[in-house]
Design a protein around this ligand. Structure first.
Ligand SMILES: [Mn+2]
Length: 373
């Protein structure tokens, strides 16, 4: 029996102020691409079952585009008669009982078994039981749900557990409503052929358990996530259990560091061979007040103009003996900045140049700020 496990696809996620030729947010389109790549792989591999362990959508009330996309992709699996079991995660579960869960819309497809009501549910086939525990807002019902799950194990079939939570505090995402699996009930894992987890966005085996896996997300939901190994898990349940992770091709995410003290030199030797359409993060280090003014974001953007997006991070040099004294909140950032220039730049001409440049930049900032009010 072959099963494909994927998770945390976050359809409808948007980021960065970049749109593609169809007017769709480029990062949103990237998430759709990763998803359809997984569906392509499923159709090619023809597993007996497909499971998705939650956060199909990024939000509990996804956009029309995200809903339409998900339905059309799952329709492809229906056409191929490949069954899919999916559970709700914290992102797709409404926080109040007055709104209805979006996964209910998937019930219109014949091959899809969506588990979104906040209790344990067994999805039973001839040769396998999927023990599904979707996201639950009220944690108090979890112990009973796990007892019920344990009682439903059928030794004559394969038993697969599906959950969307953190197993141990290590996999917490610091998000609303997430819950930690009770440590004392990890004994159930041994009674299962496989435990399929969602919530953590990296592919990962859990603790000492040989059969407990996070599939990881199919794309990166944060610029802090640099992982390239996003994709799905292929589970082969024969006499032995084989678990392999397969990746989809993602947009490149590259980090550069430029030392402001050696700016010209470092810029001259940058390796820009892979930056076409990449997500680029540039860290400017060892900055001083004056070098920070001189190196504009516009200049950095121009260096990486073939990238899809450039994010500039600035790290200032810590000068010995210098400290921020006094009540910094009582003076404006502008006057603080200008007094800093006057203290640290001894050359008068240079001091004047930087001061007028700083004033010009602050007045631009104030204008922009006024526009928003
Ligand atoms: Mn997630």
């Amino acid at each position: 029996m072959n099963i494909i496990h994927f998770s945390d696809t976050h359809l409808g996620f948007t980021d960065l102020d970049v749109t593609n030729v169809s007017g769709v947010n480029q990062r949103e389109a990237d998430f759709y691409k990763a998803f359809s790549d997984v569906i392509d792989a499923i159709i090619e591999m023809r597993p007996d079952y497909v499971i998705h362990t939650g956060d199909l959508f990024h939000r509990a009330s996804p956009s029309n585009r995200a809903i339409t996309f998900a339905l059309s992709q799952f329709k492809r699996l229906e056409n191929e008669e490949i069954p899919l079991v999916i559970i709700a995660g914290n992102h797709s579960t409404p926080r109040t009982s007055t709104s209805s869960p979006i996964l209910e819309a998937l019930q219109t497809l014949n091959n899809v078994h969506a588990v979104f009501e906040q209790h344990y549910e067994a999805v039973v086939f001839d040769d396998v039981i999927f023990h599904a525990l979707p996201h639950i807002n009220d944690e108090r019902i979890i112990p009973d749900a796990l007892d019920q799950m344990e009682e439903s194990i059928d030794r004559s079939k394969k038993n697969i557990m599906m959950m969307h939570c953190s197993v141990g505090a290590h996999y917490l995402m610091h998000e609303f409503g997430e819950w930690v699996y009770p440590k004392e009930r990890e004994d159930i894992f041994e009674k299962m052929d496989y435990v399929a987890l969602g919530h953590w966005h990296g592919f990962s085996s859990v603790g000492k358990h040989p059969n407990v896996y996070y599939a990881g997300s199919t794309e990166r939901t944060s610029s802090a996530d640099k992982r390239d190994d996003k994709g799905y898990v292929l589970l082969e349940l024969n006499d032995e259990v084989t678990i392999t992770h397969h990746t989809v091709q993602l947009r490149k995410s590259l980090s550069f560091s430029i030392d402001a003290d050696r700016y010209e030199e470092e810029v001259g030797i940058l390796d820009l061979s892979e930056i076409k359409d990449a997500l680029v993060e540039v860290k400017l280090i060892n900055l001083t007040a004056s070098s920070s003014i001189d190196i504009s974001n516009k200049e950095i953007n121009a260096l990486f103009e073939d990238a899809l997006h450039v994010k500039v991070k600035r790290e200032f040099k810590v000068v010995e003996g210098e400290s921020i004294e006094g009540d910094i909140e009582s003076i404006s950032l502008e006057s603080y900045f200008i007094s800093h220039i006057q203290e640290s730049v001894t050359d008068e001409v240079e001091q004047e140049r930087l001061t007028s440049k700083a004033k010009a930049l602050f007045s631009l900032y104030e204008e922009a700020d006024d526009d928003t009010h």
